[in-house]
Write a protein that binds this ligand. Structure first.
Ligand code: CU
Length: 267
């Protein structure tokens, strides 16, 4: 019976896999890191990518060697060897994936649990309601009682935790700010929460990460011609000034609409 040398092949596969992972890590440029969580999430991504690359290297190498070594020669009509039950191999192929999955789960649990940021955002941060619809986003500032108009820019202060309460009034959308490494579904009939702390001043892309209908591409602020404004992160003082301006505009609008009603009823 023909065999292959398992251990040297597994080692070679590991080396090939590491090379593939390193190439992927250094050739795929990630977006700028603009939140307190971004660096940890990138490290988790690299950790997952490393594991995946090594598994890929080993599997593909074994596959190629097996296909070549155990191929049927011309006119060889024999049945292949009937192999049944190799306990040590079954233990190995159960234990290794189990360990890998558990390690990845622990890594994910440590990095992705945002309990602290969420608690901070609830007590002294910004609470923003985000409504996804076909096709755009509408924001409300819950602490200040301000409702923005359709497609009005989301403005946030730097270095202050934010909690987003996401909802949708039609189909499932997904609110994604790549620079913050933050993404959460906006689902009809349900409020989903996610929190982050922006750490860089500037404007950053907002993308709808779900195909949500014919106008889906309009929900990607990175594309030319998109009607979706990017999110603006500003200094605390600029933010406070902007909030005052929004309040003043809302008061003015309320005043003129009540004036209209009065004139209407008088006439
Ligand atoms: Cu969408």
């Amino acid at each position: 019976m023909k065999t292959i040398k398992v251990l040297p092949l597994a080692l070679l596969g590991t080396v090939v896999g590491i090379v593939i992972s390193v190439i992927l890590i250094f050739t795929r440029t990630l977006p700028v890191q603009a939140s307190a969580e971004a660096n940890d999430i990138d490290n988790l991504y690299i950790f997952f990518l490393g594991f995946s690359g090594i598994i890929f290297g080993i599997v593909v190498l074994f596959l190629l060697v097996a296909v070549y070594r155990f191929r049927a020669r011309p006119n060889d009509e024999r049945e292949g060897d009937n192999v049944h039950g190799i306990t040590w191999l079954e233990v190995v192929w159960t234990v290794i994936p189990f360990v890998i999955v558990v390690l990845c789960a622990i890594g994910g649990l440590i990095v992705l649990r945002s309990g602290d940021v969420e608690a901070q955002a609830r007590t002294k941060g910004q609470q923003i309601h985000v409504l996804g619809y076909q096709f755009g986003w509408k924001y409300a500032y819950l602490n200040q009682g301000i409702d923005l108009k359709d497609q009005q820019t989301l403005v946030l202060p730097v270095n202050e935790p934010v909690i987003f309460e996401l909802e949708s009034n039609d189909v499932i959308h997904s609110f994604w700010v790549p620079a913050w490494r933050m993404q959460m579904n906006a689902t009809p009939g349900q409020v989903n929460e996610i929190s982050t702390t922006p750490t860089k001043i500037g404007s950053f892309e907002i993308v709808c990460a779900y195909l949500c209908g014919v106008g889906h591409t309009n929900m990607n602020s990175a594309l030319p011609g998109s009607i979706i404004p990017k999110v603006q992160v500003v200094s605390k003082s600029d933010f406070d000034a902007w909030i005052e301006q929004q309040k003043a505009e809302a008061a003015k609008a309320a005043e003129s609409s009540s004036a209209e009603t009065t004139t209407g009823s008088a006439g």
